[in-house]
Design a binder for this molecule. Structure first.
Ligand code: NAD
Length: 304
């Protein structure tokens, strides 16, 4: 079975759109995502453009904060603190990687946890670890969404996650653990990766190594989630899994492209709606305080 990420992403986007319309009807508020882009990195510009387009399609408003590579760390933190205090900004998307000279960890930690739609703030990662997640990193959440949509049984399953990044591998392992899978996390220092992979009922691969998982490393009947996105010298986009060989053994597998990829933006917008709902309708998080003396919608810094 092919796990169609585009289809699942569309289902999530439809739900987000309905939620946006409900929020507007109930409290007259449109979720607003502040998009912060520093520097001139071409792929980041494309990612940001795609995210904005998807946001607009579901009715989430966006506001751009685009700065040249010369923005200092201090200026970036000032911008983020100002956005934290803006009542009408519900989510802050800080496009990574940042430019050289900017400290990503400090910047992420400066975003108010309730506006951290990427789920990377230490508070949000801590909540995930504590088993009480609020906002979950988008790609990891997208993998779970696919598995749930197609009815994968996770309880008691042997789940193997290859990759331990903060962005994907670690949060994904936590999500699987929370669903009562027995989770093994593999990484560059793992001895005999193939042996671990072969035991997996659910094999999630997020290493960024084209075709590192060969057919013989996939257990017969496994669910395979391929997070990797790699561009070969030929220009072809491939995953971390050898799809042709693995799909002969797997019960279910995500293709690349068209698998996990479309889920990331869908989950970002789901997180944005959730952030707006919690801030406007209450919940376990307190709404952000308004900043005295600042008009709604006023840009914190002149555009460069
Ligand atoms: P990363 O480089 O931060 O982390 C890669 C992880 O894989 C590391 O923990 C490393 O230990 C492990 N690893 C690398 N080579 C390995 C090997 N040979 N054996 C075992 N472990 C190995 O990358 P990331 O940000 O987690 O992304 C991983 C992949 O997922 C990349 O291809 C990236 O492009 C892709 N990605 C896709 C989406 C999406 O929307 N589908 C989102 C984020 C990342």
């Amino acid at each position: 079975m092919i796990l169609d990420g585009r289809r699942v992403a569309q289902k999530v986007l439809d739900e987000v759109q309905a939620g946006v319309e409900r929020l507007r009807a109930e409290v007259g508020v449109t979720p607003m995502l502040a998009v912060v882009l520093v520097g001139d990195f071409a792929p980041s510009k494309i990612y940001v453009a795609n995210k904005k387009k998807a946001a607009e399609a579901v009715g989430v408003a966006t506001r751009d904060y685009v700065y040249p590579a010369g923005l200092t760390q201090r200026e970036l933190l000032t911008l983020l603190r100002t956005l934290n205090a803006e009542d009408d900004v519900h989510g802050i998307l800080l496009q990574l990687p940042l430019v050289e000279g900017c400290d990503e960890d400090e910047a992420i930690a400066t975003i108010a946890p309730e506006k951290d739609v990427d789920g990377l703030h230490p508070t949000n990662l801590g909540r995930l670890l504590a088993g009480a997640p609020t906002v979950v990193p988008c790609t990891a959440a997208g993998c779970l969404e696919i598995l749930d949509h197609y009815g994968a049984k996770l309880e008691g399953a042997e789940a193997v996650v290859i990759g331990r990044s903060r962005l994907v591998g670690k949060p994904l392992a936590q999500l699987l653990l929370a669903r009562h899978a027995t989770v093994t996390t593999c990484h560059t220092r793992t001895r005999d990766l193939a042996a671990h992979a072969r035991r997996a009922d659910v094999l999630c691969v997020a290493a960024g190594r084209p075709h590192m998982i060969t057919g013989d490393m996939v257990r017969e009947g496994a669910w395979v989630i391929d997070v990797g996105i790699n561009r070969l010298a030929t220009g072809q986009l491939v995953g971390d899994v050898d799809f042709d060989a693995a799909s002969k053994r797997a019960h279910a597998i995500t293709p690349v492209p068209g698998g996990v990829g479309p889920m990331t933006i869908a989950m970002l917008l789901k997180n944005t709606l959730g952030a707006a709902q919690r801030q406007m309708l209450g919940g376990e998080l307190r709404p952000p305080q308004s900043s005295p003396g600042r008009r709604r919608g006023q840009s914190p810094r002149p555009s460069p």
